[in-house]
Design a protein around this ligand. Structure first.
Ligand code: HEC
Length: 136
């Protein structure tokens, strides 16, 4: 099918253009940034959804505690920077997602809690797309 050979590259080009122009990267001074906490977050986010899926409520609650600490840190950190309201908003979205996951957990709604956990993981990426230096 010839149209497929034409349409697919066109579609890919379109998607790449959109994603490349979709996020504006910002450069800020990150010398006082807590990389150690970020690495804790990284370890934790990997367990958050799996703990929920495994109905390991205690584990998921512990994960949530660390994630909340992380998002509070980023909220606070970026609220002190110029022109970084988007990062503050993203952090608050992360906090809301973790809170929603906890609320769903206490209702034993594991599907809803998983969806909120995925939202929380999305917010890490959303901030990194704008603020995390590419070489990191
Ligand atoms: C509001 C912004 C923001 C949010 C939210 C955020 N990060 Fe980050 N993260 C950054 C920035 C900025 C850096 C780069 C720090 C630097 O260069 O010193 C970074 C760096 C990192 C690093 C690399 C640390 C290193 O060793 O250099 C990891 C891993 C990481 N983040 C994981 C996460 C995870 C997991 C989440 C979500 C649970 C998350 N981050 C949420 C902004 C954010």
């Amino acid at each position: 099918m010839v149209w497929k050979m034409v349409a697919l590259p066109l579609l890919l080009t379109f998607l790449l253009t959109v994603s490349a122009s979709g996020t504006e990267r910002k450069e800020i001074d990150l010398r006082d940034y807590d990389d150690e906490l970020m690495r804790d977050l990284d370890r934790t986010i990997k367990f958050f959804e799996p703990d929920i899926v495994a109905k390991n409520v205690e584990g998921a609650k512990q994960d949530a505690e660390i994630l909340v600490e992380g998002f509070q840190y980023t909220e606070d950190y970026f609220s002190k920077k110029e022109n970084a309201e988007d990062a503050v908003e993203i952090s608050q979205r992360g906090l809301r997602s973790v809170a929603a996951a906890l609320a769903a957990l206490s209702d034993s709604d594991f599907d809803k809690a998983s969806a909120s956990a995925r939202d929380a993981a999305e917010t890490c990426r959303a901030c990194h797309d704008i603020y995390k230096p590419l070489k990191k």
